[in-house]
Design a binder for this molecule. Structure first.
Ligand code: G3P
Length: 223
């Protein structure tokens, strides 16, 4: 399973990269706004900065919602760096644009997926990734992980190569559950990735190993 970080914070991206388990980055207009990144030039520079930190796919979302605008913006984003993946919303013009980008060899991430039917359409149009938002489904009392499971079955039934990128992940159990049902990628906040490291028995076990080692070394020094 691949781990992407879901942020536009360069500091957090660097921290995740230093952990040695990061495969890519996803952003969206809300995450860019959270970092105070706006204006075409600054946005474009920010994507390039991210690409210089992580050598993996970096999703950059289009703002346009009409076909011509999505194509124009997507081609311009894709030209920024070889690792840019054009993130396109699940709307009619977006799906049409996915097909265009796919024919051109431009990688895409179809975002705002909330149903299996939407995931099927995106795969048929040749999306590289689909992003089902599991946390937002859980927020409205709908099982987000179950959607990942259903999409996995559908893609496997027909051999679609579109990767399932589980998004809107809120906690470490979301990552484990998505791994269980076969998501290809989990894009997570740094907190969820870091939480996977911790277990009290690991902490206690290591403390005991080190204390025993110290005791043995002291005994040897005395002898
Ligand atoms: O990748 C999509 C993600 O950024 C949405 O997460 O927590 O706003 O639902 P959230």
């Amino acid at each position: 399973m691949k781990f992407f970080i879901d942020t536009a914070s360069l500091a957090q991206i660097k921290e995740a990269q230093d952990l040695g388990v990061l495969d890519g980055v996803t952003t969206n207009p809300s995450l860019m706004a959270k970092e105070g990144i706006s204006g075409e030039d600054r946005v474009r520079k920010h994507y390039v900065d991210i690409c210089t930190i992580v050598d993996g796919p970096v999703s950059a979302e289009v703002i346009a919602t009409d076909y011509d605008g999505i194509i124009r913006e997507g081609e311009s984003l894709a030209a920024l760096h070889k690792n840019i993946v054009v993130k396109v919303p699940m709307i009619r013009d977006g799906v049409k644009a996915l097909k265009y980008f796919s024919n051109k060899g431009i990688k895409t991430n179809c975002t705002l997926i909330f149903s299996a039917g939407q995931a099927l359409l995106a795969a048929k149009a040749g999306a590289t990734y689909v992003s089902p938002f599991i946390g937002r489904l859980d927020d409205v009392s709908t099982d987000g992980v179950a959607l990942i499971d259903t999409i996995r079955t559908i893609y496997d039934n027909y051999g679609y190569t579109t990767e399932i990128l589980a998004a809107s992940i809120r906690h470490p159990m979301h990552i484990i559950q998505c791994a269980e049902v076969g998501a290809d990628v989990a894009t997570c906040p740094l907190s969820a990735i870091v939480a996977l490291f911790d277990h009290p028995l690991t902490t206690i076990g290591l403390e005991k190993f080190l204390a025993d080692h110290k005791k043995a070394a002291a005994a040897m020094a005395k002898a």
